[in-house]
Design a protein around this ligand. Structure first.
Ligand code: C2E
Ligand code: MG
Ligand code: MG
Ligand code: MG
Length: 292
């Protein structure tokens, strides 16, 4: 592909560009096309499980790109490209509208699945973000409290003033806000208290180290206590082992999410999984008896 470059004066792919840059330019052209053509973007869903009762408490929508030749691309490989090339606006709205359509379809099937949607920092700066969320909710006749928006702690800190404002406006229309990847940023307690959020998600790195690091355990314990004292629910992400689940339950996390329970799955598989959950025996006996 490098040979294409050079020659003509206005060549887009200059010879000195490294493979990474060229790759990004190609991806952004293809992503632009995917957004226009439709049919290539998908939301996958990962369940969150309540530590009391072991039932599904909601799902997180996670974006995937089913590329015609490259296969299924994870968000980490194209969201930064979308952000860099001004495509995150339309992409983000597609996610919101698609998640709302799916929630309506689930409700029509008798499934009440609270859905969490990730926001990018660029979306927080879009003036029409909150009105468009409200329109999507109205179009699908959804109770706003069924929807949660996840913003990462570092995102919130990057632009703390505008984040405060947007979070307040989100609260005004009745949707919930969660702080994602908590523990990796540097938010102050007073800022946290000002943010009108309903949930903290403890970053996977702490969950990963729980079994080997007393520090990680102490941090999780402190975060849970802090969150609860502020009236926030606590979710732990990236739970992969039974041992982690037990410690997190002991430390009184409210909800768990991770490969131990399920990987993110396409909507139609999620439908089966969630329907199954209604009948699933309460197999988390330890969580029920010991810690409620
Ligand atoms: P996140 O919001 O923190 O999402 C959790 C990520 O951890 C997901 O990766 C999920 O598949 C993965 N994960 C869940 N459980 C486990 C586990 O037990 N072990 C391990 N190793 N990983 C686990 P994914 O789907 O690749 O998403 C990565 C990030 O991309 C997300 O992190 C989020 O920041 C971003 N993202 C995903 N979808 C969207 C979207 O629609 N909009 C925006 N702006 N960002 C999104
Ligand atoms: Mg998230
Ligand atoms: Mg997260
Ligand atoms: Mg994360």
């Amino acid at each position: 592909a490098a040979k294409r470059a050079g020659g003509a004066g206005f060549a887009f792919f200059e010879p000195h560009m490294n493979a990474g840059v060229r790759e990004q330019l190609e991806l952004q052209t293809e992503l632009r096309h995917a957004l226009q053509a439709g049919g290539q973007l998908e939301l996958h869903y990962q369940p969150k499980i309540g530590t009391r009762g072991g039932r599904i408490s909601g799902v997180e929508a996670l974006l995937r790109w089913r590329h015609p030749t490259r296969g299924l691309i994870p968000p980490g490989a194209f969201i930064p490209v979308a952000e860099r090339f001004g495509l995150i606006g339309p992409l983000g709205f597609w996610v919101i509208e698609e998640a709302c359509r799916q929630m309506r379809s689930w409700l029509d099937q008798g499934l009440r699945l609270r859905t969490s949607i990730n926001l990018s920092v660029h979306q927080l700066r879009q003036d029409d973000l909150v009105p468009r969320i409200q329109r999507a909710l109205q179009r699908e006749r959804l109770e706003p409290t069924l929807l949660t928006f996840e913003i990462t702690e570092s995102m919130a800190m990057e632009d703390s003033e505008s984040t405060l404002r947007v979070v307040e406006n989100l609260g005004r229309i009745g949707v919930k806000v969660s702080i994602d990847d908590f523990g990796t940023g540097y938010s102050s307690l007073s800022y946290l208290r000002q943010l009108r959020t309903t949930e903290l998600k403890i970053d996977r790195s702490f969950v990963q180290d729980l079994e080997t690091s007393a520090d990680a355990r102490a941090i999780v314990e402190a975060v849970v206590r802090l969150a609860h004292s502020l009236g926030l629910r606590v979710v732990a992400e990236g739970v992969e082992t039974q041992a982690q689940r037990e410690v997190l339950t002991q430390l009184r996390c409210d909800e768990l999410q991770g490969f131990l329970f399920a990987k993110p799955m396409p909507a139609r598989v999620m439908t089966l999984w969630a329907s199954d959950d209604e009948e699933r025996p309460q197999n988390l006996a330890f969580a029920d008896s010991a810690f409620v």
